[in-house]
Ligand binder design. Structure first.
Ligand code: SF4
Ligand code: SF4
Length: 320
């Protein structure tokens, strides 16, 4: 059962990216990290992405790994895509430089965003000198989206909220629970609401469910990962400490800015998290290999990537 990896404090979740629709990368990441010892995978809520993840796990020959999809409130950045206004763009190339997801392409002198790869992290927007980029919200109807995806066999659904969506949270949560009665992961951070309200919102959801069927994913600073430092993961550990202090009947893990130092920092601070989810950093350290067409066929390439993935997995699980 999925709950066991939390009870036994051995959950390392690889976040392939809630908005990452690149099936080629997802297949490679799931195959690679499952062989490295990762036991939980979070992918975009699209049929072809779930299929790609399953293909990756099949390639690895492992059938004891858990699969989760992410859905969320409409205003959550995880479900937005960036777009460039060509009339405002001055072709400075800054967006290409800062995009860790390698979603910005240059064609002649023009820059374009590959919507399949964009995860809505906003780094390009924040660095564009001419305000030529905006985030576009994607509208999703969970009543239509979920039934065919759930049929594919999911171990968990992750619900991303910002905490101030009011009634939208209740409506979407009902739509999830009407379609799926398995584990619910709740990804939430302190970006928009204060600590007291944050706990109140989470408590109201956790208390509607059976005890220990909810996983609280304390999202430090969403999609801020990439660096391997204590500093970038500090907010995630601090947010987890807040949830643990609330003593809710739920498991607590961390995400957002997470890296190879996350579980070590939590251990040093005495924050007893039950799992770690890593996205941007985990994808970045193997990207030089996963972007290659001969990734699976070239044993040298695959084994180099595997060594890096194993190191991250072992360092993460060591301190849990
Ligand atoms: S950062 Fe802005 S101005 Fe520069 S290339 Fe990108 S979109 Fe154009
Ligand atoms: S920086 Fe983030 S928002 Fe911008 S294109 Fe890359 S992934 Fe998308």
């Amino acid at each position: 059962m999925l709950y066991d990896i939390f009870k036994e404090k051995r959950c390392f979740k690889l976040i392939c990216g809630a908005g990452n629709e690149d099936t080629d990368e997802v297949e490679k990441l799931t195959a690679l990290y499952s062989l490295a010892g990762c036991n939980f995978f979070d992918v975009c809520a699209k049929a072809e992405v779930i299929d790609a993840a399953k293909k990756g796990l099949k390639r690895a020959g492992l059938n004891d790994r858990y699969l989760c999809i992410s859905v969320g409130a409409e205003s959550d950045r995880h479900f937005c895509k960036a777009e460039i206004n060509g009339e405002k763009c001055i072709s400075c190339g800054m967006c290409e430089k800062v995009c860790a997801q390698k979603a910005v392409n240059k064609k002649d002198k023009n820059f374009e965003i590959n919507q399949t790869r964009c995860i809505g992290c906003s780094k390009c927007l924040k660095n564009c000198p001419n305000k030529a980029i905006k985030l576009i919200q994607k509208k999703t109807d969970l009543k239509e989206l979920l039934p065919p995806l759930v049929q594919k066999g999911l171990d968990c659904i992750e619900f991303h909220i910002l905490g101030d969506e009011g009634r939208e949270i209740q409506v979407r949560l009902k739509e999830i629970m009407d379609n799926f009665d398995g584990p619910l992961s709740l990804s939430i951070n302190r970006e928009r609401i204060g600590d007291k309200k944050l706990i109140k919102v989470v408590k109201s959801i956790v208390n509607k469910r059976k005890k220990y069927t909810t996983i609280i994913q304390a999202d430090g600073i969403p999609m801020s990962g990439g660096k391997d430092s204590f500093k970038s993961t500090l907010q995630a550990v601090s947010t987890a400490d807040l949830f643990l202090g609330a003593n809710l009947p739920a498991y607590v893990m961390v995400s957002g800015g997470t890296n190879a130092k996350t579980s070590e920092l939590a251990k040093m601070c005495g924050v007893e998290i039950q799992g770690v989810a890593i996205g941007s950093y985990a994808r970045k350290i193997v990207r030089e290999y996963t972007k290659r067409d001969d990734f699976f066929e070239n044993k040298e390439v695959f084994n180099k990537a595997l060594k890096i993935a194993k190191d991250l997995t072992e360092r993460t699980l060591k301190y849990l």
